[in-house]
Design a protein around this ligand. Structure first.
Ligand code: FES
Length: 400
């Protein structure tokens, strides 16, 4: 578990050549896009899509501005004016949160480490498609999707696997990244001779479930045996506006499917619940909210909890600040000394998680998975976004 000590370590080490986090020393090269595979021309490129997070507080405003003006992520009235206004207004508050977790998001470092470990394993296990090279493609901070696509073109791999790092698909997150790739190539030529594959969702991958179950067992072991079976496992995922849910977004049921697999892996050893965090604005979102649910369960007499980030594959602001500081520390204090709230680590560099990533890429490359899934090519029943329509038609063509 990443505790307050780890957060303080991260805070002390940001900007150093060697970063010590929870007893592990990371070299500076983990924060650089270059990898050990750079010297060889890759045969297979693996593009790891995620939203990203600011690596320093001076990137916060631009990060928020890109989010608030992305109509796939959020739809606001008068968005070109209101979006920048909200981004400006929220900058100081969000900067303060990043300061409290060490000055920036570790998502780039984790994604880079995951990519390196995945490619090393793929090179060993799948020589026919080697060398493999990972490319980080973030939606709202560097390395941005457009720049990463340019880099892939310069490197010239024969195959490219576009691999969403969100296990559960939402049009607001994964969908936005895929639409950004479509927009990049709108009006420009695709690189010649490249074979494209898409991995858009993997909520029910068995190794993902095994990895999360392992993370939970580690935390369960911290509780006294006398109360261990009563610990309430609270799976917490980023919430989504009900407007998106009612449009037909697959995210809530895909998150639920991961929860079921994890509980099956644990043999339903404990009570569990699925709750939602990080809501912003006054409109209705998926609920119950994580903090409200914790308070309500304490009123019902529950005392021991493990929070599980079920839709985040690496640590970032929602785990390090919202879960660790706001819930496990601040809210726990408010709820009383006899209440314990622990938090399971995100998958990060867990070997089972790296195995899951490799298995997905291998299955995509060897045809065990379709080049692009039918679910991905099917729009939400109430989608009115023409970019989704055009984007899905385009992906269907390039992956055929
Ligand atoms: Fe879901 Fe367009 S909003 S496909």
């Amino acid at each position: 578990m990443l505790n307050m000590n780890c957060i303080r370590e991260l805070a002390r080490n940001v900007g150093n050549n060697h970063v010590k986090l929870c007893g592990v020393t990371w070299s500076r090269h983990l924060s650089s896009p270059s990898t050990s595979q750079d010297s060889k021309k890759p045969k297979t490129g693996i593009m790891m899509l995620n939203m990203g997070g600011p690596q320093s507080t001076d990137q916060v405003h631009e990060y928020l501005l890109r989010i608030m003006t992305d109509r796939d992520m959020i739809q606001l009235p008068f968005q070109s004016k209101l979006g920048p206004y909200i981004a400006q207004r929220r900058t100081a508050e969000v900067q303060q949160k990043y300061k409290e977790i060490g000055g920036g998001s570790p998502i780039f470092k984790w994604t880079t480490l995951q990519g390196e470990l995945m490619c090393k394993k793929l090179d060993a296990e799948s020589p026919a498609t080697a060398p493999h090279k990972h490319y980080v493609a973030f939606r709202y901070v560097n390395p941005l999707t457009d720049d990463t696509l340019d880099q892939i073109e310069r490197d010239g791999p024969e195959r490219v696997v576009i691999f969403s790092q969100y296990p559960q698909y939402s049009c607001a997150t994964s969908g936005s990244s895929f639409n950004a790739i479509f927009s990049h190539y709108k009006g420009r030529k695709l690189p010649a001779g490249v074979k494209w594959n898409v991995i858009d969702r993997w909520a029910t991958h068995p190794l993902l479930a095994k990895c999360v179950a392992e993370r939970i067992r580690t935390e369960l072991d911290q509780f006294d045996e006398s109360c261990r079976n009563d610990v309430l496992i609270m799976f917490s995922a980023h919430s989504l506006p009900l407007k998106a849910v009612n449009r037909g977004d697959a995210y809530p049921f895909e998150v639920g499917s991961t929860v079921q697999l994890v509980m099956q892996e644990l043999g339903y050893s404990n009570p569990h619940s699925l709750v939602w965090q990080s809501k912003v604005g006054p409109l209705p979102w998926l609920s119950p909210a994580t903090d409200d649910a914790l308070k309500a369960y304490v009123k019902q007499g529950k005392k021991n909890f493990i929070l599980v980030p079920i839709a985040f594959v690496n640590e970032h602001i929602e785990t390090l600040h919202e879960m660790d500081i706001e819930y496990c520390h601040d809210l726990q204090k408010e709820l009383g000394k006899d209440v314990t709230i622990r938090r399971a680590a995100a998958p990060n560099d867990h070997p089972l998680f790296i195995d899951a990533l490799c298995d997905l890429v291998k299955s995509s490359l060897n045809g065990a998975l379709p080049a692009v899934g039918l679910k991905f090519l099917t729009r939400c029943p109430h989608c009115t976004n023409t970019r989704c329509l055009q984007s899905k038609e385009w992906f269907s063509q390039i992956c055929s």
